[in-house]
Design a protein around this ligand. Sequence first.
Ligand SMILES: O=C(O)CCC(=O)C(=O)O
Length: 265
Amino acid sequence: MPALTREEIRTYEEDGYVVPSYRVPEDRMAVLAAAAEEVMAANPGTRPEQLPNIHITNGAGTHLKGHPAFLDIALDEHLLDLVSCVIGDDIVMWGCQIFCKPGSDGMEVPMHQDGQYWPIRPLATCTVWLAIDDSDRENGCLAVVPGSHRDEVHFRHHTRTDDDIVLNQAVDDPRAFERPPAFVELERGQLSMHDIYLIHGSAPNSSGRRRAGLALRYMPTTSWFRRDLEMQYGGYPSNFADRPIWLARGRDVCGRNDFTIGHTA
Ligand SMILES: O=C(O)CCC(=O)C(=O)O
């Protein structure tokens, strides 16, 4: 059973992220890579860095066409074993997004924190970021500020107006950058896990090589996915009202999460 070692759990708690030794097997990665190609081809009007909800195939809560391979990996028992080491055994899977930066023109993701536009109370989520392509500094791998999650605060963000960014919110509080960023270089099939309060982002893709990754979002069921909250994501309002969420493991501890909405075609 792959699960995090005690050392890996300590790293996650202290730094806000960890790269576990576990890798998703190559046969599984080949299926995901092919599914990613299909999703990008099926959604030609959307930048490949901006493909949320691609695990949803019935259209509920999303305007994009998804693929069932992403729901399979999002509910994969090996990944849930890893996630349970940091958020416990009662787990909601609520999101799955491709961030694919094409070679040469892949866009920057400004350094940011996610919690400000997610309708989860209390705020809690572990993101698993799975490398579909090798991901390194040249092609714009994930960058994180280690330890920036520790006080569970949201640092000041400002709105950027450039066209070629994935998200228009950027942290601009100098205290947030007291520690230098770490670059999370991964080979295809490797993954990182990070906390909801961690500052993270990524540079544009300056290489000729594509950099595709899959972000999978998990919250403990002690939190409530608040469908009634209208959030602002990247500058535009996001409606989470119809979004299906999955009880991936255990039971709904807070007793307020709705696992029926969005699950019918
Ligand atoms: O893939 C990236 O470069 C950014 C990912 C990200 O912002 C996230 O997982 O929340």
